[in-house]
Design a protein around this ligand. Structure first.
Ligand code: NAI
Ligand code: 15L
Length: 266
């Protein structure tokens, strides 16, 4: 299956740069957007459209003419609330309002494990577990998931909210042995999220086939996502790192260090 025009927000970011290449086969044109610097369009199959997600009118114009959206744009770490409010909270509202106005029927939302970050690492949860956001960032993603549910219930816009674990070239620490999502598996999961019919609002955990996982994806089985990679191949390298104290949030909580960041001096 193939789209005419796919919007990718957050295109200048770590995952956006990877997906700029890897999502190309799924659309005639990929519209790339970010507030940060992007490489110029490499061919007629790319459109580069700078946009601040906090600017409602700009987002409305950005979404016009697109068939589907992969929404990665926003603040991706814990930051003062006011920054998160503009990019993530207002940003996702503007995006869905534009989707409604322009008839976009499918969104893939980069949610985060930080919506459930206060569960402990010895707890096993599925998508129906009550959310336990671990900071302003996690709260904004939790709001984003609610926005996605609302726009489905009210307007029939379908979303897959992917609670991404840790998507980097390799797991960077012991916690990420459980949360790691390879770029290959991320790409497959986004493809499934774009093209599986009838997803309504589906919540799925974005993790590879790692040995010790905390999350159960059976509620998202209809996506047919079968991860191919595993953090296990990096185990020796990660375990050569200094050990983590049992009192360190990185050893206790699913959200790791995010649970102990902030409140930024106010
Ligand atoms: P990133 O920080 O590298 O990319 C995010 C992009 O959003 C940046 O290029 C930034 O300039 C852009 N952005 C920020 N504020 C903006 C605004 N007001 N208007 C327009 N663009 C704005 O993050 P990364 O790692 O590429 O993550 C992409 C998405 O996936 C983010 O939404 C992040 O929260 C989510 N995610 C990523 C995980 C990972 O392991 N990489 C884990 C969980 C979630
Ligand atoms: C996230 O949500 C962040 O965007 C990413 O930078 C990582 O820190 C990741 O979570 C993680 O929990 O490892």
């Amino acid at each position: 299956t193939r789209l005419h025009r796919l919007l990718l927000t957050g295109a200048a970011g770590g995952l956006g740069k990877v997906l700029r290449e890897r999502l190309q086969p799924y659309a005639d044109v990929i519209r790339l957007s970010d507030i940060g610097t992007m490489a110029p369009a490499a061919s007629a199959a790319e459109e580069v459209v700078p946009c601040d997600l906090a600017d409602k009118q700009a987002v409305d114009a950005l979404v016009a003419g697109c068939d589907a959206i992969v929404h990665l744009g926003g603040v991706s770490v814990e930051r003062p609330f006011e920054e998160i409010l503009e990019a993530n909270i207002k940003g996702i509202f503007h995006l869905y309002e534009a989707a409604r106005r322009h008839g976009v029927k499918r969104v893939v939302f980069a949610s985060s494990n930080h919506v459930i970050g206060f569960y402990k690492q010895d707890e096993h949860i599925d998508a129906s577990a009550a959310r336990r956001p671990d900071g302003y960032y996690g709260l904004s993603k939790s709001f984003g998931e609610d926005v996605a549910q609302f726009y489905f219930d009210r307007y029939g816009i379908e979303t897959v909210s992917i609670r991404i674990g840790s998507s980097f070239p390799e797991p960077l620490n012991r916690r990420m042995m459980s949360t790691w999502l390879s770029y290959r598996d991320l790409t497959t999961l986004i493809e499934k999220s774009l093209f599986t019919p009838g997803v309504k609002h589906t919540v799925v955990y974005g993790m590879s086939a790692n040995r010790d996982v905390w999350w159960d994806n059976s509620a998202a089985a209809h996506l047919g996502f079968v991860p191919q990679d595993s953090s296990e191949v990096f185990r020796d390298k990660v375990e050569a790192q200094p050990s983590v104290a049992p009192t360190d949030p990185n050893a206790i909580y699913q959200g790791g260090a995010f649970t102990a960041q902030g409140p930024f001096g106010d």
